[in-house]
Design a protein around this ligand. Structure first.
Ligand SMILES: C[S@@+](CC[C@H](N)C(=O)[O-])C[C@H]1O[C@@H](n2cnc3c(N)ncnc32)[C@H](O)[C@@H]1O
Length: 187
């Protein structure tokens, strides 16, 4: 790994929670470091759709500038409650229990980590949530070396849409040999 192996204390606590809950879809370190790096360049409101056990929010909070805030929504009320506890001493992070759409009232976002599968599939939904210049982050892609992008023998139309939609300037970035992320800046 070409990055420090230590992770910020809140990330470590969120990963512990993931382990205790058997939650296997937590954000991986490479994506987390990217989230922290992008968060450091943002002002205003950053958001995450799909909190899980709080790993993504913890990475965002490790980079976020003073004065900016992070809102995150988790559908599973038990997970949301556990993560609210985790961030009880972190006033810059607010975790909402319920559907991601509860966060619409905080839009537009300067950064949006889209980690709910159905929303990832809708460029239209995300475009309406972003401020101009805001960055949408979508993870969990398998790197594709072709155009159009191929996944499991088929054209990956979701990725194709993200990389060609005129409302965004977007790029697929490999964060590890087996993982890529789409960064899409709203124009
Ligand atoms: C891939 S996991 C999130 C991982 C998390 N972002 C992290 O950094 O570790 C997706 C999460 O989205 C939640 N979810 C699914 N549908 C949702 C919805 N409609 N609104 C909010 N959260 C949702 C799931 O319960 C699950 O915890």
């Amino acid at each position: 790994m070409s990055a420090p192996t230590e992770v910020p204390p809140l990330v470590s606590r969120a990963l512990d929670l993931s382990r205790r809950r058997g939650f296997i879809t937590a954000t991986r370190h490479e994506t987390g470091r990217l989230l922290a790096t992008l968060a450091a360049s943002r002002t205003g409101t950053l958001a995450e759709l799909g909190t899980g056990c709080g790993v993504g929010s913890a990475w965002l909070s490790s980079g976020v500038a003073e004065g900016a805030r992070i809102v995150s929504a988790e559908l599973d009320p038990k997970l949301a409650e556990a993560v609210q506890d985790l961030f009880s001493d972190t006033p810059s992070v607010e975790v909402t229990s319920g559907d991601w759409s509860a966060l619409e009232r905080y839009a537009p976002f300067s950064l949006l980590f889209v980690d709910v599968r159905d929303v990832k599939r809708s460029v239209d939904l995300v475009a309406d949530l972003m401020e101009h210049g805001g960055i949408a982050v979508l993870d969990d892609f398998t790197p594709s070396y072709t155009w159009p992008p191929i996944y499991e023998g088929r054209v990956d139309v979701v990725r194709e849409q993200w990389l060609t939609d005129e409302r965004f300037v977007a790029v697929e970035v490999m964060v590890a040999p087996d993982a890529s992320v789409i960064l899409a800046t709203r124009v």
